[in-house]
Design a binder for this molecule. Sequence first.
Ligand code: ZN
Ligand code: ZN
Length: 345
Amino acid sequence: MQVTKRKIMDKEAPNRSTSIVNGRSSNILNWDDVRFSWAYPKYKKMLGNFWTPFEINMSTDVKQFPTLTADEQDSFLKIIGLLALLDSIQTDFAGKVADYLTDSSLNALMIILAQQEVIHNHSYSYILSSLVPKDVQDQTFDFWRTVPVLQERNDFVIKGYEAFAEEANVENMLRAIVYDVILEGLFFYSGFAYFYHLARKQKMVATSTMINYINRDEQLHVDLFVKIYQELLEEYPQYKTAEWDAEVQKIFKEAAELEVAWAREVIGDKIEGLDCEDVEAYVYFYANVRCNQLGHERPFEGYRKNPLKWIKAYEEVDLGKTDFFEQRSRQYTKINIEDNGFDDL
Ligand code: ZN
Ligand code: ZN
């Protein structure tokens, strides 16, 4: 089933859309008259997450960076290089999906999502320009071209995205969302673990604060795409088949192996106090979580518990109360711990 692009305006159509794709909608946004009841709460949460890198004071990180071991510095830069590529393409991908959503409120959410990806990308430039000379910054932004294990995993996601960009149909849209959930909900995770590990040792806390904000945003992004996926399947139940279930599990298995290969490259046995086997188990655990969030069976036997328990504290940090990540010069007090997007995923 093909999907067609949303019209800029349709005078005859209602403001409340008739379907998530291939529906009718005037394209007027009235938050009090939208199709999906979850859209407005999501909008509020996404706005509540607002932050910019300018709020984070990098001075302690600037002093600490030269004191990291050569391996720690190398992994630090490689992970930033990876994240920069992922957030760059994600900005564009969000718009490509949004074009086909015949619902003005979901388009609005995708625009905010894309704006947040721009901020994530900005944070990497901000971190690098604080810590390393220009040639190293440029080199870091080119790792996706030069590091083979990175190329392989990027090609994997981009293949899934491009199929939809080239042929917009329901099946390719569902598949692209699976790849999206892998990008936003799995392919960041050994990188996140690395930065949280540094923060745990009181190293590079300003950088880790930004990573924590990015992690928090990504949780909301994953949840948004999961909801779009569920609504799509609701509209087109013919795609809920055993074959599709098996294909999604297979994609997650492949993705997890690529993420594990990446963890071995950047963490391996060279980061003191961070056991790569734990990070691998963390990757399998998240592959299970994400696949299950999409409504499919978990692809890996076992791996039901988070093996890096200590990360929880940082993921669920309450920005109003924590001592750990007190890097902000201003607080956005709109969020409380119950409403930070982690409890109801
Ligand atoms: Zn991002
Ligand atoms: Zn994202």
